[in-house]
Design a protein around this ligand. Structure first.
Ligand SMILES: CC(C)(COP(=O)(O)OP(=O)(O)OC[C@H]1O[C@@H](n2cnc3c(N)ncnc32)[C@H](O)[C@@H]1OP(=O)(O)O)[C@@H](O)C(=O)NCCC(=O)NCCS
Length: 225
């Protein structure tokens, strides 16, 4: 096969579905034949998608990004350039991951040993945003629609709708689904009711979120909860 036709083969439609757009894989991207890439998803220059990774539909994987073995990423996500997501991470849909973000998976790395990742999973729920240069340490989950600010290092589970800033990341209020800081309207038995000043959305901030007892829905039914 000539070099030209080998290149053309890399631009083909994989796993064609019902999305109006075909899957796009840049010729310089290295996508394992064992990875599954959804319809409408784009994988850009020099990125690597490892074996058995699963990426949903209409997601964009930016340049020079590394997606580890068996990583799961949902639909309509934006993964900006130079990000590395290691084995063990399961990411929902509509998640924004800014440039240079890191999701390492080895708590005590040594050059001569690696952690056994068999069965290990932690979760980023739907609608979360990570700004540029965020590091999410191993075994940490992030609740839906949380917002993690530039350069934060996340070392503990983050409850839904939390705004996290700093190193280590601490909660500085709550944000709406649209990502705007909200203010409290009133306390209720179940938690505090917050409203978004821009969209009018009301969000009930549960007591368990405030007290750090939140666990991702996907883990609640398992022994890790
Ligand atoms: C979360 C974010 C929106 C907050 O920005 P902001 O509205 O300017 O923040 P505020 O004015 O509410 O700041 C509150 C306090 O936190 C500080 N602060 C804000 N963002 C901070 C950050 N990322 N790291 C450390 N401190 C921060 C502010 O200096 C301020 O401190 P002060 O009360 O002592 O004055 C911003 O930090 C951010 O991450 N934006 C996303 C940018 C990005 O990466 N986009 C994607 C690129 S493709």
């Amino acid at each position: 096969m000539s070099e030209d036709s080998a290149d053309q083969k890399r631009w083909y439609v994989r796993n064609a579905g019902t999305s109006s757009e075909p899957t796009f894989i840049h010729p310089t991207a290295d996508v394992s034949p064992l990875a599954k890439i959804g319809a409408g998803t784009q994988v850009w220059n020099w990125s690597q998608i490892r074996e058995r990774a699963v990426i949903g539909r209409d997601t964009i994987i930016g340049q020079m990004t590394y997606i580890g073995v068996e990583v799961v990423i949902g639909d309509r996500c934006r993964v900006m350039p130079k990000t590395a997501i290691d084995t063990g991470t399961v990411i929902g849909s509509d998640v924004f991951i800014g440039p240079h973000c890191l999701f390492p998976n080895d708590t005590t790395p040594r050059a001569w040993s690696t952690r056994d990742m068999q069965g290990v999973r932690w979760y980023v729920e739907d609608g979360v945003s990570f700004a540029a240069d965020v590091i999410v340490l191993p075994d940490v989950s992030v609740g839906h629609h949380a917002f993690v600010a530039v350069r934060a290092i996340v070392n503990k589970d983050v409850p839904p709708h939390a705004l996290m800033i700093g190193t280590p990341a601490r909660r500085h209020g709550w944000v709406s689904t649209a990502g705007h800081p909200m203010h409290m309207v009133r306390e209720t038995d179940a938690g505090d009711l917050y409203v978004c000043p821009r969209t009018g959305e009301e969000v009930l901030i549960l007591q368990e979120w405030k007290e750090g007892r939140w666990r991702p829905a996907a883990l609640k039914a398992t022994a890790r909860s």
